[in-house]
Design a binder for this molecule. Structure first.
Ligand code: SF4
Length: 364
């Protein structure tokens, strides 16, 4: 259980902040010609112009000029750039995404936040510029073919982006929610570390969307989740989404994703405090699920993250981990079996005790 003290640091104080995420305003917004040909691209253009952001129209459908001298410089340039492009034909063939959902689809790739453990590192190729897709109506039209006739089919939209973090620039999450509100046997799933949900509250969702927020213990979110809303603000956002419409809320099914779970020093105390905050925010009956994800990394994600965040204190020491292989031969580093067992027992116990109607979808 040595890894239980993986990122012990007595100087970390509890997060008391309730800061809202500042809306991300890119310094540079580029549109490809193909994106400008799309009505949804024009809708994004109007939003971007109304925010007085400088717009560049590219002469070709290729993005270029995003590389700096170092990977860190490339990261800095990219994270200040919004590129409005069209999703390539290959993205119309969907992939499954267990255990989160039946299928994943993408309305954007890249995220304006700066989490030092970011899941996108190693999954997306090239500079981490925030690309949003202008051919959204086609992306949505493609989904019906993947619906099962026997059960509700779930679609995850946040594998490659934080859709709420860019919603003020795109409106695309709201459009997805409207679309799923018209489907009888399909559910949209999205997750965020942002808090700007007001525009989503009055959408006709017809329970076709489960809104989740991702939270963590204070020392982890305070230290590793740059550019996001505070956990307190995220929980307030989830409360708004879950409250019934007659109380000014959205009446959505909601979910809590606790990720990445890390056995930091005094982890039981810190995660108990997180559960206290969740209980206080959701102190009414609602349709609530939990997803529990322990921290893991791959050789590829470690390499990218080390270039992006060279001074990070995130523990990615292979010596402290067990190796897990997937069916394609890829490896990831996870906590050892005893640590996993202790963490899992704690989380499942707390949820059963505090949220008897809450459903745990998975532990991983
Ligand atoms: Fe990465 Fe998610 Fe953090 Fe965005 S919010 S930087 S996608 S971990």
């Amino acid at each position: 259980m040595s890894s239980l003290n993986a990122i012990a640091d007595p100087t970390i104080s509890s997060e008391s902040s309730t800061h809202k995420a500042r809306l991300w305003m890119p310094e540079r917004v580029v549109f490809t010609p193909a994106a400008l040909d799309e009505p949804w691209g024009q809708q994004i253009l109007a939003r971007v112009r109304s925010l007085n952001l400088p717009v560049e129209e590219l002469s070709r459908n290729r993005l270029s000029g995003l590389r700096g001298e170092t990977e860190r410089e490339t990261y800095d340039i990219s994270k200040r750039t919004l590129a409005v492009v069209t999703a390539p034909p290959s993205s119309f063939k969907l992939s499954p995404i267990p255990p989160s959902a039946d299928w994943q689809f993408h309305i954007a790739e890249g995220c304006p936040a700066h989490c030092q453990y970011c899941y996108l590192a190693g999954s997306l190729q090239g500079p981490p510029v925030i690309r949003v897709f202008a051919n959204l109506p086609q992306i949505l039209d493609n989904l019906a073919a993947y619906e099962s006739s026997e059960k509700t089919t779930t679609f995850e939209v946040s594998c490659y982006t934080d859709p709420l973090g860019i919603e003020h620039l795109t409106g695309s999450l709201a459009e997805c929610i409207r679309y799923f509100g018209t489907r009888d046997r399909a559910q949209l799933r999205w997750v965020s570390k942002f808090d700007g949900v007001d525009e989503l509250l009055s959408l006709p969702h017809n329970n076709g969307t489960r809104c989740r927020i991702s939270v963590n213990a204070a020392p982890i979110s305070g230290r590793f989740e740059g550019g996001t809303a505070s956990v307190t603000s995220r929980l307030q956002a989830l409360r708004k989404l879950a409250l019934p419409p007659k109380e000014g809320g959205g009446g959505y099914p909601v979910g809590i994703v606790i990720a990445p779970i890390m056995p930091i020093e005094e982890w039981e105390l810190h995660y108990s405090q997180l559960f206290d905050a969740i209980s206080a925010a959701l102190d009414f009956d609602c349709d609530l699920t939990f997803e529990l994800i322990s921290h893991r990394f791959t050789p590829g994600s470690k390499e990218v993250l080390t270039q992006w965040y060279p001074h990070s204190k995130l523990d990615m020491d292979e010596e402290n981990r067990s190796v897990k292989r997937n069916k394609f031969g890829g490896i990831k580093y996870v906590y050892d079996a005893d640590t996993m067992k202790a963490l899992r027992r704690f989380f499942e116990g707390e949820i059963a005790k505090r949220f008897p109607n809450g459903k745990i979808l998975y532990w991983t």
